[in-house]
Design a protein. Sequence first.
Length: 56
Amino acid sequence: MKFKTISGLIGLVAVLGFLAPPVFKLQKIALAVVVLVGAGMAVYEFIEGLRNNDER
C-alpha cells in the first residue's frame, strides 16, 4: 500500500513537471485549461487507484 501511494505521488509530480513548462512559456489560456483537465484526470485516477484494493 505504501509503495502504491509513493509511486503514484512520484508519477503525479512527474506528469505535472512535464506539462507545466509549456504552459508557463506559451501562456495560452486554452493550453492551460487542457493541461488542468489532464492533471485533474491524473489526480482522479490516482485517488481511485488508492481506493481500489484489487491488487493485480
